[in-house]
Write a protein that binds this ligand. Structure first.
Ligand SMILES: [Zn+2]
Length: 412
């Protein structure tokens, strides 16, 4: 039997907007955030069939059918799941791998081995941290005031010297090819050497908690400061969010996204558990889907510097396209969320999360930066730009609220 991987099933779903697919069969009209039409599965005169672009699902209030894009296609075409995947893959121009041929079967086997190598390595490095040889790692952890509980939760570790990991993996019976594929060991003309040496190690997990990669931070002044696993059979950049496996039970309503994994770890220890990191500067579209799927509201908590602000703008563009409800965290008086919580405490941080501003307010605030409101011509320009931003808000009630808020805030 042919079985597609969860990754590919997700990818196909994400590349087939449920509104577009349903729209091929049902005439849909937009009402607020959702679309409505006459249900194709029961007879009706007034539309009770709804499609939600935000949640990528459909539901009929008349007959109760509902589901995602796969369910819809299976039902309306009377086909099985496998066929639905194939049809939608074709529609989105996605090449489906078949597991029939031996090359793919071998790849699946290699993947399974690399997961095992990663799991072993995470534990190996974690145990290392408590050894006398990990002095620099222990000092760093102490300086950051990380508790034992935090070290356990994120399985923070310390890498060894030369080829310690390589030898340990060999002793476990892993083959050279598998070890090299993991990216944890590199081969040069002198032989095999561990990729991470004398670094603080942070395992990166997928949403299910499987270790897929590692981040390594130097503990002296050498460069680069951080190194990450290269892409391999189990890891591709931009498809995961650091910390989602830990945050997933606490992020239904709000999920905060920050820049680095040390931010996630530090916030988590201070009681903010609904937080993830993008593992790279800019949010990718796949990460956007992952965020939207995981929560009702995304809070962008990037650094206050220029790069952070650029990342916010770019991330907002991606999230907005997905119809994602998002806010921007205001961390005045600190350079990043971590510094903010250390300085002002958990309570103030939670307040900042509750008071995070909308996209419209963020845009207006940025506009205000280069404008002197006391100057008449600047003020006119400011008002004109605000009008342009507000014109893009579809919902009239929402627009009214913004007008009131902005007028009050800027005294206009
Ligand atoms: Zn119906």
């Amino acid at each position: 039997m042919i079985r597609y991987s969860e990754e590919i099933i997700d990818e196909v779903r994400q590349n087939n907007d449920v509104v577009d697919v349903v729209g091929q069969y049902v005439h849909l009209t937009r009402k607020g955030r959702n679309y409505f039409g006459l249900c194709p599965f029961h007879n009706e005169k007034s539309p009770s069939f709804s499609v939600s672009p935000d949640r990528q699902i459909f539901h009929c209030f008349g007959c109760g059918v509902g589901g995602n894009v796969y369910t819809f296609l299976m039902k309306i075409e009377g086909i099985g799941f496998k066929e639905a995947v194939e049809q939608l893959a074709e529609r989105a121009n996605i090449q489906l791998p078949t597991l029939e041929n031996s090359a793919d079967a071998a790849k699946e086997e290699l993947k399974a081995k690399v997961y095992k190598i990663n799991e072993f390595t995470a534990e190996f490095y974690h145990q290392n941290l408590y050894k006398p040889t990990a002095k620099s790692g222990q000092e760093y952890v102490k300086k950051r005031k990380l508790t034992n509980e935090t070290l356990e939760t994120f399985r923070i570790g310390f890498s060894g010297r030369f080829d310690e990991l390589y030898k340990a993996l060999k002793a476990q019976g892993f083959a050279e090819k598998e070890i090299l594929e993991s990216g944890l060991v590199i081969k040069n003309d002198r032989g095999y050497i561990d990729m991470y040496r004398n670094r603080l190690i942070i395992p990166i997990c997928d949403v299910r908690g499987r270790v897929i990669a590692f981040g390594g931070r130097v503990l002296d002044d050498s460069k680069p400061k951080y190194i990450n696993s290269p892409e391999n059979v189990v890891y591709s950049k931009g498809r995961h969010l650091f910390g989602l496996n830990v945050a997933k039970n606490d992020c239904k309503k709000k999920l905060i996204i920050v820049e680095g994994y040390m931010d996630v770890i530090s916030l988590h220890q201070r009681g903010i558990t609904n937080v993830v990191a993008a593992l790279g500067t800019a949010l990718t579209e796949q990460q956007g889907w992952l965020l939207r799927k995981s929560t009702e509201q995304v809070i962008l908590g990037f650094d206050a510097d220029g790069a952070g602000q650029t990342a916010i703008a770019r991330s907002m563009e991606i999230l907005q396209k997905m119809g994602c409800d998002m806010r921007v965290l205001q961390i005045e008086g600190a350079k990043d969320p971590d510094e903010f919580i250390v300085k002002y405490g958990e309570g103030r941080f939670k307040l900042a999360v509750d008071n995070a501003i909308s996209l419209v307010e963020f845009k207006v605030k940025n506009l205000k930066k280069d404008i002197n409101i006391e100057n008449a011509s600047d003020k006119i320009k400011f008002l004109n730009e605000i009008a342009k931003i507000l014109a893009k808000v579809d919902n009239t009630i929402e627009r009214e609220i913004y007008i009131e808020k902005i007028a009050k805030k800027y005294n206009i």
